[in-house]
Write a protein of this length. Structure first.
Length: 711
């Protein structure tokens, strides 16, 4: 046990939810019984459940046909909060459907698990209890007045009149709630009743909790097991299930679980509060060995499907269904749904977390929550992104120019360190000990580095920074012409175009840009179809950058086909990331991505996808002045601010950082470099475009502006 709930202390339930959330648990399984938890009808547990971020599977040990108001309220909300509900009998499942209106597809019937006991002769265990040569009746479990044990004691004289060598074992401690209220009054009353009926010498009280080994011995010693409960409203009895698994002859009153479990002659049902019927059934079984043993065999064989191993497998299947369903139909915890969100205004720039993630070497790759994770080291990818952001922040946007200029120099210095002059390529992964993990990094990291250097040359007014970037650009550009990665082509095109915005007459760079842009155009022409208007046979990461690269290259070079393909592919991508009837942005998830042969992965959703979509849509808006593109940019930006599947903001306005993505059940609380830089880059793009608020855009579109993506 890791954490304990104080039954009546509601704050302990809130803290338990926090504990479960920050420990990254995949799923919570609740065993629910009204009397376990504090508050009216155990309502305190709802405080914990409302704050959970992961799927919840609840096993209901009690389902009432006629609940009181508080019990009904608790179970209704419990059903709403749970991804799946497990009950142990078909009757309980019927109650959930008919009384509580729970859809049947959310209910799993998993019988009470039982130990895999051998089918043994009761005489094997009787000597342990001093019962050799005697017939043994047994009732076990926590003692409480509703167990009806007094009715067995009242029936004992009629049994003993025909079977003198018989004992009745009553095993189990008094229920803790009963003992708190009444002490041992019920047990004392049973002992007094046994004395009154003259059967004290035939009744054994075992007043304690027993170990699993002792339980097997006690059940094993019984010739007949009896559950004489006084009320029908019991949907599960663990003791009855265990007795069945041991192959016992069973006598029971007809409460709900017993009627289901003992059907088909797997036991004998007698009326409630009827000692004579209990005596008649016991005498009949004790005097008919063939009938008793046949009943035992039927009970034992029926229980084989409910052993702990089979039950565990059924639970795991339910857990997997809960996870799969949460991915398919994500929903937000209540505290996210009702949290105040400002999704139609741009936040102010805050580089606090960016500065926190940066040390003397560069920006660290990952964080643990908001704390930089030095162990994971650095990447060229992230330092290139950071260079772009710091250069753009050092321009006309508000902020501390001195800080941003210092950051720009540090990130450019990292790219110089990453460049392998002999290989004429960038390395990507650098350990915190400043040892490179490879001699040559990925093509994508090289393209992203060139994009950052080109941004310095096209946007910075710092002559020292530009001079250093110019030399590195010249050295790094030629390698991009040999690359085979479409994203490396796209990143390189964006970098070359940024360079050409300042040096438009450089024919060499123009030629390189056109070569790579034409490679993108060529793979689109060879791959796209009516239902798949894309460059590749799958969508993976930074998808919108491919469309954006064609738009900027086509605009600069006057290539109309490039522009048309840029609009066409971006239009198709936007539709793929904007589900029907859902006014939210849903980027292609990294848990499988999206291909023509498989369904689109909805999770994990990454900030880098929102950033790329925003940039590409704003590029299309600038070229067309079509407000539909602007609305799509806003839709993707609102994803950062809380208009997403989980209704939770990924942007953390207390740190200036951005959380690492959306899982099916929760946000990834780590605020790494890629996510934070993706948010800042998206915010810069939105701000520099001087975008109207989302309300203004919608108002304009509502009065007759129709989308015209290819205008």
């Amino acid at each position: 046990m890791r954490i304990e709930l104080m039954q009546e202390d509601i704050t302990s339930y809130k803290r338990a939810a926090d504990f479960l959330n920050f420990n990254g648990n995949d799923l919570v399984c609740l065993q629910h019984e009204y009397g376990i938890f504090g508050g009216e009808a155990g309502s305190h547990i709802l405080t914990l459940l409302r704050n959970l971020k992961m799927p919840l599977v609840t096993t209901l040990h009690t389902v009432l046909r006629d609940p009181n108001f508080e019990q009904r309220e608790v179970l209704d909300e419990l059903a709403q909060l749970s991804d799946r509900l497990i009950v142990m009998s078909q009757y309980a499942a019927d109650l959930l459907r008919n009384v509580y209106s729970v859809p049947g597809e959310r209910i799993d019937v998993i019988p009470h698990g039982v130990p895999d006991l051998p089918f043994t002769d009761p005489n094997y265990f009787k000597d342990i209890f001093g019962c050799e040569g005697k017939s043994v009746l047994l009732t076990f479990g926590l003692l409480s007045p509703n167990k009806g044990i007094e009715n067995v004691i009242r029936g004992l004289p009629a049994i003993l009149s025909r079977h003198q060598d018989l004992v009745y074992i009553i095993s189990g401690a008094t229920h803790p709630h009963i003992r708190r209220r009444e002490g041992e009054r019920y047990r004392d009353e049973l002992q007094a009743l046994a004395s009154e009926y003259g059967v004290s010498s035939h009744v054994i009280f075992n007043n304690r909790f027993v170990s699993a080994e002792e339980l097997i011995e006690q059940v094993g010693a019984a010739d007949i097991y009896i559950t004489p409960y006084r009320q029908e409203a019991q949907v599960v009895s663990g003791t009855l299930a265990i007795a069945l698994s041991a192959g016992k002859a069973i006598i029971s009153t007809p409460y709900w679980h017993a009627k289901e479990l003992l059907a088909d002659a797997r036991g004998v049902l007698v009326p409630f509060d009827d000692p004579q019927s209990i005596a008649q059934a016991a005498n009949s079984l004790l005097e008919n060995d063939a009938e008793r043993h046949a009943m035992r065999k039927r009970a034992y064989l029926h229980s084989r499907g409910t052993t702990w191993q089979k039950t565990a497998q059924a639970y795991m299947a339910s857990f997997q269904r809960a996870r799969t369903e949460r991915i398919a139909r994500p929903r937000a915890p209540l505290q996210y749904i009702f949290a105040t969100k400002e999704t139609d205004l741009l936040p102010e720039f805050d580089t606090t977390h960016l500065v926190s993630m940066t040390d003397d070497t560069g920006i660290l790759q990952h964080s643990i929550f908001t704390v930089p994770n030095s162990l994971e080291g650095y990447t060229t990818d992230d330092n290139a992104r950071a260079l772009i952001v710091s250069v753009l922040l050092n321009g006309p946007l508000p902020g501390n120019r001195d800080t941003h200029a210092l950051l720009s120099r540090r990130y450019l210095a990292f790219l110089w360190l990453a460049f392998h002059e002999k290989k004429v390529r960038f390395r990507n992964f650098l350990g915190y000990n400043r040892e490179w993990h490879e001699e040559v990094g990925s093509e994508d990291s090289h393209g992203r580095a060139l994009w950052a250097i080109g941004t310095v040359l096209g946007r910075s007014d710092d002559p020292g920074l530009r001079g250093a970037a110019g030399r590195l650009f010249e050295a790094a550009m030629p390698a991009t012409l040999t690359f085979s990665s479409p994203r490396a082509w796209a990143f390189s095109v964006l970098g070359m175009q940024a360079y050409l915005d300042w040096f438009p007459g450089d024919r060499v760079v123009q030629g390189a840009r056109d070569l790579l842009a034409n490679k993108l155009l060529d793979i689109y022409e060879r791959t796209h179809s009516d239902g798949w208007q894309w460059f590749e046979e799958s969508l993976s990461y930074s998808n919108a950058r491919l469309s954006q690269a064609l738009l900027v290259a086509g605009l600069s070079s006057g290539n109309r086909r490039m522009i048309d393909v840029g609009y066409e592919s971006l239009n198709w991508l936007v539709a793929a990331q904007h589900p029907k009837d859902e006014d939210i942005f849903v980027p292609v998830g990294s848990m499988g991505f999206f291909s023509q042969s498989r369904e689109k992965a909805r999770f994990d959703q990454q900030p880098v996808e929102a950033c790329a979509t925003i940039s590409a849509c704003l590029q299309a808006y600038q070229m067309t002045e079509d407000k539909a593109w602007l609305e799509e940019a806003w839709c993707a930006f609102r994803w950062f601010l809380g208009e997403n599947d989980l209704q939770v903001s990924l942007y953390d306005n207390s740190t200036g950082g951005c959380r690492d993505g959306l899982h099916p059940d929760r946000v990834n609380e780590n605020q790494g470099a890629e996510s934070t830089l993706s948010f800042l880059m998206a915010l810069i793009d939105m701000q520099k475009t001087e975008t109207p608020t989302v309300k203004e855009v919608k108002q304009e579109m509502s009065v007759g502006l129709e989308p015209n993506y290819a205008s």
